[in-house]
Ligand binder design. Sequence first.
Ligand SMILES: *[C@@H]1O[C@H](CO)[C@@H](O)[C@H](O)[C@H]1NC(C)=O
Ligand SMILES: *[C@@H]1O[C@H](CO)[C@@H](O)[C@H](O)[C@H]1NC(C)=O
Ligand SMILES: *[C@@H]1O[C@H](CO)[C@@H](O)[C@H](O)[C@H]1NC(C)=O
Ligand SMILES: *[C@@H]1O[C@H](CO)[C@@H](O)[C@H](O)[C@H]1NC(C)=O
Length: 340
Amino acid sequence: MTTTSLITFLLILTLSLSTLPIPSFSQLCNPQDKQALLQIKNQLGNPTQLASWNPSTDCCNTTWQGVSCDTDTKTYRINDLSLSNLNLPKLYPIPPSLGNLPFLEILDISNILNLVGPIPLAITNLTKLRYLYITQTNISGSIPEFISRIQTLVTIDFSYNKLSGELPSSLSLLPNLVGITLNDNSFSGPIPESYGSFSNLFTSITLERNQLSGNIPATLAKLNLAFVDLSSNRLEGDASVFFGSEKNTQKIILAKNKLAFDLGKVELSSNLNTLDIRNNYVYGKLPEGLTALKYLHKLNVSYNNLCGEIPQGGNMQRFDVYSYQHNKCLCGSPLPSCKT
Ligand SMILES: *[C@@H]1O[C@H](CO)[C@@H](O)[C@H](O)[C@H]1NC(C)=O
Ligand SMILES: *[C@@H]1O[C@H](CO)[C@@H](O)[C@H](O)[C@H]1NC(C)=O
Ligand SMILES: *[C@@H]1O[C@H](CO)[C@@H](O)[C@H](O)[C@H]1NC(C)=O
Ligand SMILES: *[C@@H]1O[C@H](CO)[C@@H](O)[C@H](O)[C@H]1NC(C)=O
């Protein structure tokens, strides 16, 4: 190449580059991701809250509400999407085009009352998804078995929806799962036995205000839960599986069920700060170990069949009669003293 032809070549190159639309060079957003977002917006009836999703701007610019791109690895694929507080013009299903955002790690759909219908198969396309939140919507149907195909899931929160049916036993196939939050739905049937084989990192199970029934599986004794809330269901029988001095348990909330087991026989985690078993058929004595719990600040054992003297000392004097009332024969401060 001669010098002249090189200069001519460079000149032509510069001219042709400058005539190309600049935005396509300056946008960090992946074009497929952007197209998927615009489809999602359309599938939700173009709500005014998503006006910032403007096709002529860069979707990785923070002006796109609820959208985050992966700046760490500099791939700029959308890895975090939050669709929250949207007023949809009419009823819509969860947008199937979410399945076209394959790099999502966090999907948070919350407080969208006009969102209805089932959890769509399209989300199995999200093979990097770690945190899945679908809360405060009117979605219904059961939790599909296909959820367990998203092997990367760490937490699932489907609280405050209209979901129903039995809890899928296949959730125990998720190797990285550490917590499930399914409170305030209409789930029924038993807690699956397979939940005893959640990984040893599994720490939180929140199922309150559903219609779960039957016995709590003995297999759950293997878990080391930090938080368990099963209140306001129809669970029966033994719940001593959640107790144990070798566990790191902080909160045990089992209120308003039909549970019946000997509380005098359980051993307590030294980290326990909340024990609420009100309104059950729990019998036996209060464990003496309650007085040794440094962090105990919430205790309610009222409306059970407990008996014997209330252990004195430690944090026990914090609690008044309302924590102990309506048992078979509990006695001692703050209740009337035991007859000798
Ligand atoms: C984001 O968009 C605004 C408005 O279009 C623009 O002024 C700003 O420079 C953009 N920021 C980035 C980081 O691209
Ligand atoms: C799943 O992803 C593939 C490839 O990214 C895409 O072609 C397909 O339409 C997606 N399926 C659904 C149901 O979103
Ligand atoms: C959705 O849920 C809200 C709150 O639970 C309720 O007031 C509303 O009527 C529901 N809408 C539909 C369409 O079901
Ligand atoms: C304990 O539970 C009973 C029965 O539901 C309730 O009336 C009482 O207020 C509760 N006590 C405390 C201290 O929360």
